[in-house]
Write a protein that binds this ligand. Structure first.
Ligand code: KIV
Length: 285
């Protein structure tokens, strides 16, 4: 197959595709991945966006919140995800302190994500400084996904995992933030933990797609942490999560069966073993 043919057949998802989906009213599907085999499964299933989320901190590294994960750790996992994603767009979450300290450092870190093969980065917030940083990134060709509502890196400032934009005034403020992010050049915006009405207001009010997590049914797309959806991460289950599998329990049961088989000499059996030829067996004696 020629290179040209592959391009036509595979049609990788781009920022252009994502924006077109909003116009067509086709829902955008996004999930997180932190490793090669998960990325491959999501890609094969037809997920549009794979986010190497900084939820990596909790889900993979066992930290209490997202604040502890570093740029190097994100890049390490993102490299594996990029290898597993053929069609899906790979977005890397910029971790805490990788983009807030200086614009120069932020742009350099975002550039690093693209250098390892990711297609875009995600930043939390819409303050004046963040907007300037986003503009600079977009300026040098780094596609940026915004993230407003509950922004986990500000968990301490927000006083915990709280729904944002519950009042008409705060909903309008979030809409203003979303408009500013669009103006800054974001190709889409994640809305986390906001009432369905607020998400609908924002989705209607901007031209770029909204991708909701705990933001009701009216966003242009939905994102979940894959380990939540699969029932693999069991420390807590946010109320907006729908579990499509119970892999945590299934893993435990599978491992219990393995322990039983090994302890009772049921594994390995003939089919799972290698054997010498008859002549070599004779020579052993
Ligand atoms: O880190 C993360 O997983 C996120 C969510 C939007 C899913 O930012």
């Amino acid at each position: 197959m020629t290179y040209h043919c592959r391009i036509i057949l595979l049609m990788p998802i781009t920022t252009h595709t994502i924006k077109e989906y909003k116009k067509q009213g086709r829902k955008i599907v996004a999930l997180t991945a932190y490793d090669y085999s998960t990325a491959k499964a999501l890609d094969k299933a037809g997920v549009d966006i794979i986010l190497v989320g900084d939820s990596l901190a909790q889900v993979v590294l066992g930290h209490e919140n997202t604040l502890s994960v570093t740029m190097d750790e994100m890049l390490h996992h993102a490299k594996a995800v990029v290898k597993g994603a053929e069609n899906a767009m790979v977005v890397v979450d910029m971790p805490f302190l990788s983009y807030q300290v200086s614009k120069k450092e932020a742009v350099y870190n975002a550039g690093k994500c693209l250098q390892i093969g990711a297609n875009a980065v995600k930043l939390e917030g819409a303050s004046k400084n963040i907007l300037k940083t986003i503009k600079k990134m977009v300026d040098i060709g780094v596609p940026v996904l915004g993230h407003i509502g509950f922004t986990p890196q500000s968990v301490n400032a927000l006083g915990g995992h709280r729904v944002q934009g519950r009042t008409a005034d705060s909903a309008k403020k979030l809409l203003e933030e979303a408009m500013a992010l669009e103006e800054a050049g974001c190709f889409g915006i994640v809305l986390e933990l906001v009432p369905a009405e607020t998400a609908a207001l924002i989705t209607e009010g901007i031209n770029i797609p909204t991708i909701g997590i705990g933001a009701g049914p009216d966003c242009d797309g939905q994102i979940l942490v894959t380990d939540d959806l699969l029932g693999k991460f069991t420390d807590f289950k946010p109320s907006f999560v729908k579990r499509y599998a119970e892999l945590g329990k299934e893993t435990e049961n599978a491992v219990k069966n393995f322990i039983f088989d090994v302890q009772n000499k049921k594994y390995p059996q003939i089919a799972e073993s290698f054997f010498m030829s008859e002549s070599e067996v004779q020579r052993l004696k």
